[in-house]
Ligand binder design. Structure first.
Ligand SMILES: NC(=O)c1ccc[n+]([C@@H]2O[C@H](COP(=O)([O-])OP(=O)(O)OC[C@H]3O[C@@H](n4cnc5c(N)ncnc54)[C@H](O)[C@@H]3O)[C@@H](O)[C@H]2O)c1
Ligand SMILES: O=C(O)CC[C@H](C(=O)O)[C@@H](O)C(=O)O
Length: 379
């Protein structure tokens, strides 16, 4: 199986992909989780099943459990069977969302956070993009490359009694190796985007590729300082000489991202900043329901919409499936199936540009099913 970290085509057209794919069957784990995860993952499955037969690509599926509901039924949020099946049987997976409680529940731990570590899916790649017809301003076309295994997400917390009451602490762990790895991937993605732009100058949104390193090393000089230093070093490699590298402290990054989102190309960030920046960037393109992600490691990719289980709209049939459909495409890209991915991006972009079947988060009235049907028609 091939997983290509540099295979990030992100919503680009198919003209430049000319090679016919060899016949292939991919086994995909489906992990709907909780809430609207159960409404959008079936849409993702339908898109895979509806890809044109000329692609020579077949899929088999295995349904897998994870989430708060699973925790309540079985006592664990991420059953061993789910992890084992992904490891032993699957080529890739789709993850919906889980309803992690905001208060501590004994024995519960976020299954998606655990899965990223257990499968060493060290890169969380989150493209955020406007489509041609959906914006009157300068187009936004950026990718957030989020470190996916460490930072505060190591979840080493403790509470103790201090002289004035309880004190809680958490470890923020940053390693040189993980920071170097994620920054190198950000550089590869920048190069890849540069190549794609060079091949399609008419649709290119910028001339030069750029990576923005995001950190807070003015305050956290050791942890974020190490991230910054490792990123600078990795991106100074000769092969990235055509990529402009700059850095931005995370708070002013938020300011600049909101003022001038079209400025950014590739943003590399430690885990938590990447999490926060990607939800913020989603607001800039219209909805969290549009923004996909892929959790990527060596030899495996899990497509996952950036949004959560959305309890406020759960069960109403109005969840926007587009973040999931784009996550399906992103997963396929990393599994080396770029033509199939491009077909999905094109169909989704056409749905958004025509704006006839938009879900309520996009100002429309369409249900999840109607948006899906419209995308399927365009496939
Ligand atoms: N990957 C994951 O499993 C994941 C990601 C984020 C949050 N969560 C969990 O989800 C739960 C709810 O979190 P939250 O409410 O803070 O964030 P959320 O992303 O679930 O929802 C935020 C807002 O965006 C809207 N929204 C999200 N996805 C949408 C879609 N596809 N279509 C239309 N509207 C959409 C919701 O209706 C809500 O108003 C929490 O338990 C959190 O832990 C899980
Ligand atoms: O709620 C959870 O269990 C995980 C949420 C998760 C995260 O990485 O923090 C989500 O915000 C995401 O962006 O994937």
């Amino acid at each position: 199986m091939t997983t290509s970290l540099s295979g990030l085509r992100t919503h680009l057209c198919t003209e430049f992909i000319t090679m016919a794919a060899a016949a292939r069957t991919l086994r995909i784990g489906l992990i709907p989780g909780d809430g609207i995860g159960r409404e959008v993952i079936p849409a993702g499955q339908r898109v895979l099943e509806s890809l044109p037969s000329s692609l020579n690509l077949k899929f088999s599926f295995v349904n897998l459990d994870a989430g708060f509901d699973t925790f309540q039924r079985t006592g664990t949020a991420l059953p061993d069977k789910t992890v084992d099946t992904l490891k032993k049987e699957c080529d890739g997976a789709l993850f919906g969302a889980v309803s992690s409680p905001s208060t501590k529940v004994a024995g519960y731990s976020s299954p998606i956070v655990a899965l990223r570590k257990k499968l060493d899916l060290y890169a969380n790649v989150r493209p955020v993009k406007t489509t041609v017809g959906s914006t009157s301003g300068d187009p936004i076309d950026l990718v957030i490359v989020r470190e996916n295994t460490e930072d505060l997400y190591v979840k080493e917390e403790r509470t103790h009694e201090g002289p004035n009451g309880k004190v809680a602490e958490a470890i923020k762990r940053i390693s040189e190796s993980a920071s170097t790895r994620i920054s190198t991937i950000a550089g590869e993605i920048a190069l890849r985007r540069q190549k794609i732009r060079a091949a399609a100058p008419a649709t290119a949104t910028r001339d030069q590729s750029m990576v923005t390193i995001t950190h807070k090393s003015n305050v956290l000089s050791q942890t974020d300082g190490l991230f910054r230093e490792a990123a600078r070093k990795a991106l100074a490699a000769e092969r990235f000489s055509s990529v402009h590298v700059e850095e931005q402290i995370v708070d002013s990054m938020v300011y600049k991202l909101f003022r001038q989102p079209e400025y950014y190309d590739v943003i590399v960030a430690p885990n938590l900043y990447g999490d926060i920046l990607s939800d913020g960037a989603a607001a800039l393109v219209g909805s969290l329901g549009l923004v996909p992600s892929a959790n990527v490691g060596d030899g495996f990719a899990i497509g996952e919409p950036c949004h959560g289980s959305a309890p406020d709209i759960e069960g109403k049939g109005v969840a926007n499936p587009i973040a999931t459909l784009r996550s399906v495409a992103l997963m396929l890209e990393f599994l080396g199936e770029e033509i199939a991915a491009a077909k999905i991006y094109t169909a989704v972009d056409a749905n958004l540009d025509e704006a006839k079947f938009l879900s309520p988060d996009m100002g429309g009235k369409a249900t999840t099913q109607q948006v899906l049907d419209d995308v399927l028609k365009r496939l």
